[in-house]
Design a protein around this ligand. Sequence first.
Ligand code: ADP
Ligand code: MG
Length: 238
Amino acid sequence: MTGDQMVVRCEDAARTFGKGPAAVVAVHGATCRVDAGDRIAIAGPSGSGKSTLLHLMAALERPTRGQISWPGLPGAPANGTIGVVFQGPSLIPALNAIENTALPLVLTGMAEATAHRRAAHALGLLDATDLAHRLPEELSGGQAQRVAVARVLALGPRLVLADEPTGQLDRATGQHLIDVLLTAAEELGAALVVTTHDPAVAERLSRQWTMHEGRLTSDSALAPWPECRPAPRRKETP
Ligand code: ADP
Ligand code: MG
């Protein structure tokens, strides 16, 4: 695997929140990599550090120790090559679905008409064309998540990071959303990382990582991956 196929690399990356006795080590040194074409589930119970690890990969959080880099994504993380589907509702309530989808494009300076054309195309890929003029409050949870995926898709990212995208959905709707994410990743030629506490969701991805108490404890038995190792046990100094 050459460097330019490695979309994100975490080297002993850790994130601690707070200081002193109240400090919480959300992620102990995580050493892992995501390559172009990967479909990875990060599974683990609530509070195990999944969101924090995903936010580190998205550069939404800075590591308090170690390094995150994006060797295969020149210009990342600043240039829209990383798309994040957030846990829970993330659409702007006052904007309809197509305006929500177009907004990140408009914010990059794209002309509104062009942004709307791209947004319409992205909604179409997600079978959400008929939702285009609905406000978020007029969408079901599954429909809102599809629009949130369209918003990411419209940007054309090479790495899609989805944080518990099925967490608020019933099982059937959740499984459909995973279909949608897999199709979107294929369409974009993007790597996909999905956090979940649901084993039935995790097994839909081709690799499974597990987090426990802030540590990546295993990689997939189906696809052993020596470069994703459990963090060494060490005493943390917050
Ligand atoms: P998960 O996504 O697996 O539920 P998180 O990454 O959200 O886990 O959280 C891991 C740990 O870090 C938890 O103990 C959580 O309370 C703590 N944590 C996460 N974000 C913050 C924050 N911004 N401030 C303080 N503690 C946090
Ligand atoms: Mg979380």
